[in-house]
Design a protein around this ligand. Structure first.
Ligand SMILES: Nc1ncnc2c1ncn2[C@@H]1O[C@H](COP(=O)(O)OP(=O)(O)OP(=O)(O)O)[C@@H](O)[C@H]1O
Length: 353
């Protein structure tokens, strides 16, 4: 049995007759000490799922169990304040009128003998100087406020931490370093974590399990590598990164497609399939560097965006829209528009449902 188990979880909103299922039958297992990321388009039910786990919402059906204890189900409902669960919201949600020390100490009993020492330990744990303790939230940067929010959530010694887009208000550089710092703090504290994010790169780098949601349902859950390389369908493939999806005929473990004959991870014969390749599987060389084999293409468009550029290429024998491909390459040395080049595929294609 897993540390956290969600079974058949449902939650709808709205008046009778016009109800919208925000969470529509979700099953998910999270291992003890693990880091799970929940991703999906806006409105797919990510926040509602976290609120159900935290105990701010009561499920219409299904159950939530944490380490063998039923937190919610047809015959049980443990209120939020009695769940060993911390939550860090998108904006940190610090109390503006309280000092940083009072914010962090909010969940620690006022008469606890080690209260001050614990507050000091927590502020150090999240990488802030103790001098910050006397300040108010508005005297801290966004990243510092998020660290305080994490310290406040950790003060209650939660066994499960829920992070609802906690890095989304931060700029790109700070986001990456905060993500690393937070992952380190939670790992050191041995706290199982669920992160909700819009950002697929964030999910893939933070988590050991990624769960993709759409319209209230969980479409696929697995390791980041598995979901990136072996997504169940087009939606998961496109959500987790750039995807080259081609129509293909599958025979004897090979896909016959626009790019010739490519090995595929299925031996099932299929007349009208769709296959996935990731851009990093595609090689493109022009002139003397062009390898033997592969497919001849002409570069028809190039859009520069700093370190990379987006190239449109047309396969020499491909007709109409189906003969065109869009690739991203390192900008340095990318072939010019009008250049003939040779395109090669490495590794296997993945068969989509
Ligand atoms: N309290 C509520 N009352 C009515 N409808 C709600 C309520 N909370 C959420 N919803 C609806 O439930 C659906 C799921 O919302 P939710 O906030 O869980 O999605 P999300 O994936 O977190 O979205 P985002 O990424 O934009 O934050 C949406 O259609 C939303 O409008």
């Amino acid at each position: 049995m897993s540390f956290l188990e969600l079974s058949g979880l449902r939650k709808s909103y709205g008046p009778v007759g016009a109800r919208v299922a925000a969470v529509d039958g979700v099953d998910l297992a999270v291992a003890s000490g693990g880091r799970t990321a929940i991703v999906g388009p806006s409105g797919c039910g990510k926040t509602t799922l976290l609120r159900l786990i935290a105990g701010f919402e009561r499920p219409d059906a299904g159950s939530i169990e944490l380490d063998g204890t039923r937190l919610a189900g047809p015959d049980a409902f443990v209120p939020a304040y009695r769940r060993p669960i911390g939550l860090v919201a998108q904006d940190g949600a610090l109390f503006p009128h309280l000092s940083i020390a009072a914010n962090i100490g909010f969940g620690i009993a006022r008469d606890a003998p080690d209260r001050q020492a614990r507050i000091a330990e927590l502020v150090r744990l999240v990488g802030l100087d103790e001098a910050f303790l006397q300040r108010r939230p508005h005297q801290l940067s966004g990243g510092q406020q998020q660290r305080v929010a994490l310290a406040r959530a950790l003060a209650r010694k939660p066994r499960l931490m829920l992070l609802d887009e906690p890095f989304s208000a931060l700029d790109t550089g700070l986001r990456a370093s905060m993500r690393k710092a937070v992952a380190g703090v939670l790992e050191a504290a041995g706290v199982t974590t669920i992160l909700v994010t819009h950002d697929q790169a964030e999910a893939l780098s933070f988590a050991d399990q990624v769960a993709v949601m759409r319209a209230g349902s969980l479409i696929q859950a697995g390791t980041p590598r598995d979901l990136y390389l072996r997504p169940r369908n087009r939606m998961v493939a496109e959500f987790l990164g750039e995807a080259i999806i081609l129509p293909a005929r599958i025979e004897d473990g090979r896909a016959h497609c626009l790019l010739g004959v490519v090995p595929v991870d299925s031996t099932v014969r299929h007349e009208a399939a769709e296959i996935l390749l990731r851009p990093e599987q595609i090689g493109l060389e022009a002139g003397a560097a062009a390898p033997a084999g592969g497919v001849d293409v002409v570069v028809t468009d190039s859009e520069f965006s700093g370190p990379t550029c987006t190239l449109s290429v047309r396969v020499a024998n491909g007709a109409g829209e189906a003969g065109a491909l869009v690739l991203r390459r390192a900008a340095a040395g990318a072939p010019e528009v009008g250049t003939s080049a040779r395109l090669t595929v490495s590794g296997s294609a993945h068969l989509l449902d």
